[in-house]
Design a protein around this ligand. Structure first.
Ligand code: SAT
Ligand code: MN
Length: 593
């Protein structure tokens, strides 16, 4: 069917015309409009089981769950092949690879030419965010990958309701995707923010291929958000309910594979549970926020599912995630046990018989699961999923948290003194790289607000946009920085992390309520050891010093590094951030501590 069902003469004309144009270019054997129904999903799965794209897992332990093994060279995002194509190079900024839009289209259309011959072209209308929320935005992904369709069905509100909203609004983000030949030398992920268009070729992997996720909900949405006065961020959203039954919502930005899913689904330590503390999961990866009429920031999770990192997920680290993925889950690139259960390093039970490539497991031949292996699962299957996640109005945010992997320098937690300082703290974020993207792992790089791979425009303009929220009548969240990954001299982590991170969240919320102490320092307000509830957490003297103190000399050097980083953006960098950096550098130089 070449046109949308029941759409003659409607506001879907633009969509129908685009679908026809794409079909003329890519030459599919057939076109299938996806309605998101169960029967459609069943038929897709049947086809993928038949051709080996999906391997059914043990139906007793993991009903309606599958393993997908990707091409071994297509296992992560490819930042060096990801482009932002704006008419002016400076609008993409030094933080993006750039190509002129005409060149980008020509390059991509050359790759797409005839690429779907003999294949089905799927048209996927989807809505990012609750279907009736004014904060939500729609898109349509065209793809030749049934694996992408199945994942998009879990990760977004896909199908008939989204198509109806697109018909009502008349606007949508266009995403064109083909796996091509999965050739790393013929692979590009291109964004045309001015045209709200994405073109992705040559990869079937998550962030490169599920275009609603990073391509739309971050790169294109960040651009849309700037023009429309909101924020599209790489943040989890959680609700923290205290024993009095009050819930505060926290949005937290961490780079990929730094524990966002674990934090979003945190189970409080035993004592806290007994006292009545609860954590509610709204989202684990992406947050769209905008000011409400009361001046507070209201947030939605644009996604409907989790595309989580499997390795390390266990009953100890994340029981909620583990409970979520016992059924109706697609696993990608994990290992297998002899009785066909999914297996990964850190799972804690069972043992692998096959590795992620499908070879008999050999402990000398690397891990059983790829370090960036993933599960795709509906958020509704998560025991801690918040009912407020479906609220069209979003949830009011009380605190924003920035955090990276920093083995040294950065204390467990500190609070920015005001919004402008908080924006600098986010802009200066650094983190060691992970397996979520191809390239070296463990290299420290600046990753402002965890958006380095995802901001669809010049970071200098992005920071200015952030600063602009501090306006008359705004009641902005407090901003904090955390570091769960500080290491001691022996190279081991100093902080237990996971459930115990709640202790830090509690301190933050008490700061928001004016009920917790801190010491003002040049880098921000630091809790004293006694300000955080550490009952049952034995910390060595070294851990206390490093987690709750700061090294003035080392921070002076860090501030220098931050200054040079800001300078890389030239005159577009807002002066307010430079003066924040100066203010802190001067205060550090004057401190004798
Ligand atoms: O691979 S994704 O981009 O979808 C996930 C991530 O890297 O955060
Ligand atoms: Mn992410």
């Amino acid at each position: 069917m070449a046109v949308a069902p029941e759409s003659a003469g409607s506001r879907l004309d633009a969509l129908n015309q685009w679908v026809l144009e794409v079909a003329r270019l890519t030459r599919p054997e057939r076109i299938q409009w996806c309605d998101g129904s169960d029967s459609e999903f069943e038929a897709l799965v049947e086809r993928m089981e038949a051709d080996g794209t999906l391997l059914p897992l043990n139906p007793d332990t993991h009903p309606r769950s599958w393993l997908h093994r990707s091409h071994p060279e297509d296992v992560a995002r490819v930042e060096h092949l990801t482009f932002v194509c704006t008419s002016e190079r400076d609008d993409a900024g030094p933080n993006n690879h750039w190509m002129a839009p005409a060149d980008g289209h020509a390059r991509m259309d050359g790759l797409f030419d005839g690429c779907m011959r003999g294949r089905t072209m799927y048209v996927i209308p989807y809505c990012m965010g609750p279907i009736d929320s004014p904060l939500s935005r729609c898109g349509v992904e065209i793809t030749d990958s049934p694996y992408v369709v199945a994942n998009m069905r879990i990760m977004t509100r896909m199908g008939a309701a989204a198509l109806a909203r697109i018909e009502r609004e008349g606007s949508f983000v266009r995403g064109l995707h083909s796996v091509g030949e999965l050739d790393p030398d013929r692979r590009f992920i291109m964004h045309f923010p001015e045209e709200l268009t994405i073109k992705s070729f040559g990869s079937g992997y998550g962030g490169n291929a599920l275009l609603g996720k990073k391509c739309h909900a971050l790169r294109i949405a960040s651009h849309q958000a700037r023009t429309e006065g909101w924020l599209a961020e790489h943040m989890l959203i959680l609700g923290l309910e205290n024993p009095e039954g009050e819930t505060h919502y926290i949005a937290a930005a961490f780079p990929s594979a730094c524990g966002k899913t674990n934090l979003a689904m945190l189970i409080p330590p035993e004592g806290y549970r007994q006292d009545g503390w609860k954590v509610w999961t709204v989202g684990d990866d992406i947050c769209w926020m905008r000011p409400g009429s009361d001046g507070r920031l209201y947030a939605i999770n644009p996604e409907a599912g989790f595309f989580g990192v499997a390795p390390g997920t266990s009953m100890a680290s994340n029981p909620n995630a583990l409970a979520s993925i016992q059924r109706d889950t697609i696993f990608t690139n994990v290992g297998l046990t002899a009785d066909n259960q999914p297996w990964w390093e850190g799972l804690g039970v069972g043992e692998p018989a096959f590795d992620w490539r499908g070879n008999a497991y050999d402990c000398n031949a690397g891990p059983a699961a790829h370090p960036n292996s993933r599960f795709t699962v509906s958020a509704r299957q998560c025991p801690s999923y918040s009912a407020e996640a479906e609220n069209p109005a979003g949830v009011p945010i009380s605190a924003i948290v920035f955090g990276g992997r920093r083995a040294s320098l950065v204390p467990l937690v500190f609070e920015a003194r005001d919004w402008a300082h908080g924006v600098l703290v986010g802009a200066a974020m650094g983190s060691e790289t992970t397996a979520a993207a191809t390239g070296a792992v463990g290299v420290m790089r600046r990753d402002p607000m965890a958006m380095k791979p995802f901001c669809g425009y010049n970071f200098a303009d992005y920071f200015a946009h952030w600063l602009s929220f501090d306006s008359e009548g705004a009641r902005l969240p407090k901003i904090f920085h955390v570091n769960w990954f500080r290491k001691g001299d022996d190279g081991k982590f100093l902080w237990p992390g996971f459930g115990d991170n709640l202790r830090v969240l509690e301190w933050m919320i008490k700061r928001v309520e004016g009920r917790a102490g801190a010491v003002d320092t040049p880098i921000g307000a630091l809790p004293r050891v006694e300000d955080v509830n550490l009952d049952g957490v034995p910390l060595t003297a070294e851990a206390r010093d490093k987690l709750f103190g700061f090294d003035r000399q080392a921070w002076l050097a860090e501030l220098d590094g931050i200054g040079s980083y800001l300078d890389e953006y030239g005159p577009r960098m807002p002066a307010a951030l430079r003066s924040e950096q100066q203010r802190i550098a001067v205060a550090l130089a004057r401190t004798t501590a």
